[in-house]
Ligand binder design. Structure first.
Ligand SMILES: [Zn+2]
Length: 421
């Protein structure tokens, strides 16, 4: 009886600890998604605010810095939208992020433009098509709506999309969600994606006031630290996550990036907190890296692999976490089929402990910060959660709606997995 009571007490204690961890994770996600972080992009140095926050967290936990105070600086060009973001269609004002997005590589544009349509009723009618082809499209707006297009018509659409007619703006009507991004360069013309449902039918004119600002050689950073291993200090397990997101689209609209990737960032901080406690001191040296500028094209992690702060050969295994906020449908392991032995271990652990409903295998993919590491021969997994909310690269990826369904179980699985090395 006494034993059972002790056991129950122990379970109670470990649940309290995990409850605290999830509270901490929530707090980190809220902090990283706050308006003062400007979507962790490059308008108002949002990336820098987030980096500073992470650096302070590591210091507070007593995680050691490499000899440059947790920072690794790098430079890149990046296109930004710090000011005007106005779109009006026949007098109807559209809402940035909700009704429309501008292409991340858009230049500034200011003026009112006639709209020339290319849709099903035009492309399916030889006379109208003739009219479209003859129309002077230079300096105008071309509206593309591919609803009902066949394969050949879609190929034509793809030509027009590249703007051979030198229109000022290409408008694409979308049925589904809007998905934004980050660009390192500027296109000669603007592309707008607008939700079809809100676009006034047969609108004649579009009025635009959009300001871009290309930031040449913008200084961003990776943030990193380590906890020295007990028995194998010269060999390390690396946990990584990108902390940057898409930033601002105009003065008022920011992309919070709760799932992508405040959630993964919170997971790595939780792991850093765990391993920095004396009772959890690991055998291997644990390295925690928060990469910058992932959304701009894996810039921070590529830079790191070209300028590693300790030899890449000393990395026993790297686990990159991106999108850790759901899990209703389990997790996917990129490189799972490349590192089969490790993948099987992970899957066995999961089955044994009943953590996640599925650990799905996937092959090689250049879709997050593990990529340049595995290209250089570092064994690495990229793990993301599946199911739950559909918000992704849009204004709806918010902390309020992020479920963190399997956050604790993923944490347990990761710490169990580390013990197998
Ligand atoms: Zn991401």
């Amino acid at each position: 009886m006494k034993l059972i009571r002790q056991l129950l007490f122990f379970i109670f204690l470990s649940n309290v600890a995990l409850a605290q961890d999830i509270d901490f994770a929530r707090q980190v996600i809220n902090d990283l998604c706050a308006p003062e972080m400007y979507g962790r992009g490059y308008v108002n140095n949002g990336d820098e605010a987030a980096a500073h926050y992470l650096r302070n967290q590591l210091e507070k936990m007593g995680v050691s810095a490499f000899d440059f105070n947790y920072y690794q600086d790098f430079k890149m060009n990046v296109n930004t939208f710090p000011e005007a973001m106005e779109v009006e269609v026949d007098g109807k004002q559209l809402h940035p992020g909700i009704d429309f997005i501008v292409s991340p590589d858009a230049p500034s544009v200011n003026g009112e433009y006639d709209i020339i349509y290319l849709n099903k009723s035009v492309i399916g009618n030889p006379n109208k098509m003739d009219e479209f082809e003859k129309a002077d499209k230079k300096g105008k707006a071309i509206l593309l709506d591919s609803t009902g297009f066949n394969k050949v018509q879609k190929e034509y659409y793809q030509q027009v999309e590249k703007n051979p007619f030198e229109a000022v703006v290409i408008i694409k009507l979308l049925h589904e969600k809007l998905t934004w991004g980050v660009s390192q360069n500027v296109s000669p013309f603007t592309t707008l994606e607008i939700l079809k449902g809100i676009f006034p039918s047969n609108a004649k004119k579009i009025k635009l006031n959009i300001t871009n600002k290309l930031l040449p050689k913008y200084g961003s950073q990776n943030i990193l630290g380590f906890v020295e291993g007990k028995t194998k200090p010269d060999s390390s397990i690396v946990f990584s996550a990108h902390y940057d997101h898409l930033g601002m689209m105009g003065k008022e609209t920011f992309f919070p990036g709760a799932n992508d990737n405040a959630s993964g960032t919170a997971m790595i901080l939780n792991l850093a907190q765990y391993y920095s406690k004396p009772e959890n001191k690991p055998d291997y040296t644990m390295v925690f890296i928060f990469f910058g500028a992932e959304e701009a094209g894996l810039v921070g992690s590529k830079f790191y692999t070209e300028n590693p702060v300790f030899p890449l050969e000393e990395i026993k295994f790297l686990i990159n976490i991106d999108l850790a906020g759901t899990g209703e449908e389990g997790i996917t392991v990129v490189n799972g089929s490349v590192f089969e032995k490790e993948f099987n271990k992970l899957k066995e652990l999961n089955d044994e402990k009943n953590y996640l409903m599925q650990v799905k295998v996937r092959g090689k993919a250049a879709n997050s910060d593990h990529y340049y590491f595995s290209e250089k021969g570092v064994p690495a997994f990229f793990i993301y959660t599946m199911g739950g909310i559909k918000a992704y690269h849009d204004v709806y990826d918010k902390p309020e709606t992020l479920p963190l369904t399997e956050f604790k179980d993923l944490f347990r699985l990761l710490t169990d997995f580390v013990k197998t090395f």
